[in-house]
Write a protein that binds this ligand. Structure first.
Ligand code: ZN
Length: 145
């Protein structure tokens, strides 16, 4: 996988994430259906967004680590307006902030769940959505009991 500055998929009109070189372990992990984030070698905390330094202690030493993929909904919002044409048949949809067991929070979509069924504290698990041949998004869905 290579870094990418492509902003939009011409075939679908969907906006694409810009992929920076330092994020490649995250995106390559997603392609393999694995969630990888950085653990700080200074304070031991997992952090996100991906960066060159730990936001807790500013150490620049870290190791990539596979996450459990389990977490809970910390917060949510429901989008009723399609801000780009690609979303016109997707609204309403939920955008949730998931707090991982390992600590960091990721903002994602909630798959396999009606938007208004999203609840704070709801257990969720990581899910993956292939949006191009190259790019797989990290998403979440309600955890199986
Ligand atoms: Zn740290």
């Amino acid at each position: 996988m290579k870094p990418s500055t492509k902003m939009r998929d011409e075939a679908t009109g969907r906006y694409l994430p810009v992929i920076y070189p330092e994020e490649l372990p995250f995106w390559e992990g997603a392609k393999k259906r694995e969630l990888w984030l950085q653990r700080c070698c200074g304070c031991g905390k997992v952090f996100y967004p991906i960066g060159a330094a730990c936001p807790h202690c500013f150490s620049m030493k870290f190791a990539w680590e596979r996450m459990s993929g389990k977490g809970t909904i910390h917060n949510w919002v429901i989008y009723h307006k399609a801000w780009t044409p690609w979303f016109e048949d997707k609204v309403p949809y939920a955008v949730v902030q998931v707090e991982l067991e390992e600590g960091p929070r990721l903002t994602t979509n909630l798959l396999d769940c009606k938007p208004h069924d999203a609840k704070i504290g709801m257990p969720v698990e990581v899910a993956y959505e292939d949006i191009t041949d190259e790019i797989t998004l990290v998403q979440f869905r309600p955890a199986k009991p």
